[in-house]
Design a protein around this ligand. Sequence first.
Ligand code: NAP
Length: 245
Amino acid sequence: MLKVAIVGASGGIGSAIVEQLVSHEQVSHIHATYHRSLAASSAGNIAGYGADTQVHWSKLDATDDEQVRLWLESVGQADWLINCVGMLHDAEHAPEKSIAAFSTEHFEKSMTINCLPTLLLGKYARAVLKDSPRAVFATISARVGSISDNRLGGWYSYRASKSALNMVLKCLAIEWSRNAKSVRVAALHPGTTDSRLSKPFQKNVPDGKLFSPEKTATLLIKQIEQLHERDSGSFLAYDGEEIPW
Ligand SMILES: NC(=O)c1ccc[n+]([C@@H]2O[C@H](COP(=O)([O-])OP(=O)(O)OC[C@H]3O[C@@H](n4cnc5c(N)ncnc54)[C@H](OP(=O)(O)O)[C@@H]3O)[C@@H](O)[C@H]2O)c1
């Protein structure tokens, strides 16, 4: 049976993953984290499952080194560690249409939320994952973090923070290929998914290309289940397509 740790599990995609893993026949324990409020989040409806279904919720700021250390210490051992934390816009800032809209504050916040948690999780996760023969360390990235796939430009802060995240994942895959060989590291692109993050940008999404969080969760879980059939350190889309870095 699998023990799964999920960070950012109160978001649109994270909560849909938890909801599906709760009834996954191979999953026995889920350690899930929320950030600001569980009740007010997409995971509010699964918050009450509690001990019956082995979902252990913790409040975690994934950008805080000490909080990440203590949370992973409390998890102890896990087979999968999935990071669903992310930010594209906030009340003050939309993604930049041109460089004129760049703001240092938005850039720093994007880097902090989109990249730093994976560095901190990586710092403490080796001990948690290394004894599992099916270990996975996966972070939800975004296709727009691909440098070679960038044809539209714009979204400077988000793109740069996801490219930085991808580099971190590649470094972890290389390091752990030496000292935690069973861990498969992956950057996963979920496809455009109907969540708070994508809400303001959905009107130009072609028909059939806006996924429900449930559909995205099903597709991403399938990719995670198959990671041991692939090389560690890949950048994969929801359908298993390898995305160029
Ligand atoms: N939706 C899409 O179309 C799409 C496309 C490509 C990639 N992605 C990526 O998919 C991932 C999940 O996005 P989503 O669509 O599910 O967005 P979402 O619903 O906005 O979820 C984002 C989650 O990140 C959490 N978070 C933010 N700062 C945090 C922090 N410091 N510590 C811990 N948690 C924090 C949020 O919690 P609070 O709300 O409590 O702060 C929220 O639960 C992100 O990495 C995003 O970049 C999404």
